[in-house]
Design a protein around this ligand. Sequence first.
Ligand SMILES: C[S@@+](CC[C@H](N)C(=O)[O-])C[C@H]1O[C@@H](n2cnc3c(N)ncnc32)[C@H](O)[C@@H]1O
Length: 298
Amino acid sequence: MTKQAQRPNICDYEGSDYRQRFWEGKGRDYEDRVERIALRRLLPGHGRRLLEVGAGFGRLTNEYEGYDQVILLDYSLSQLQYAQEQLGRDPRYVYVAADAYHLPFRAGVFDGATMIRVLHHFADVPAVLGQIRRVLSPGASFVLEHANKRNLKAMLRYALGKQPWSPYTLEPVEFVELNFDFHPQYIREVLDGVGFTIGERLAVSYFRLDALKERVSADVLVKLDTALQGSGLLYSPSIFMLCKAAGDGASALDASTIFACPETGGELIREGDTLYSPGAGQRWAIRDGIYDFKAALD
Ligand SMILES: C[S@@+](CC[C@H](N)C(=O)[O-])C[C@H]1O[C@@H](n2cnc3c(N)ncnc32)[C@H](O)[C@@H]1O
């Protein structure tokens, strides 16, 4: 079996119309607004270098204005190309096409990270959260959003016998291929195991129901959601949480380069518009300002 074949499957958004199909004019103003409110409540307003894992088309990237540098990482080159068109080639933004299971960064180079609407695509949660912990400096802030299997709708459907899986058990449920819902306690245990301490948790998007959104204005729903977010009642479909990188670890916030070989963790040497890993004997391209670690050139 090849090394590649052993890797967990990836939910590939390459060439996807996610932005138009899911967001633009699709009546999700309420979801977008309450997610931004939760993010602002949890993420420190200022920092040096923030990694946005699964940044997609850059929907939330304008929330990171207080950070000196923002690294947008996504597996989809096409999503990043769109983000780059919107945000421009300002050196404050670094665009990286890579697999979050194999982050191409040195340990301890970020003091902030976010991952929103992404964890539900991961079959191996400890592996991806462990990667994120590795690249954070001690004390760094990580805002994580996850889909919550113990939500009111799932509880009701289970009680009525309309849903076979229990919302109360800890194991993730894969309701569609590579789409998982997680129990808050399961996520807590994994975060603890990979070296995070968990701070505030917010219950977000309680009113994500078409019938309700058709009848009640987004302004009212946003107000109600904002009031409920900090209630401590974690029965909403989406949970936002602030995690801190625990332990001593290495801080490399002053490092001259953030990149490391995604295969070996060793150094990468810049040669023209490529990055070369002597350890792996592999080379990756930088295409129109996007670091492309999806597939090695040789
Ligand atoms: C539902 S979208 C969310 C995008 C953005 N965070 C937002 O909230 O608008 C999920 C994103 O996760 C990315 N993704 C999925 N698996 C990934 C992986 N293994 N590595 C990096 N990105 C991944 C997809 O390419 C997609 O852009």
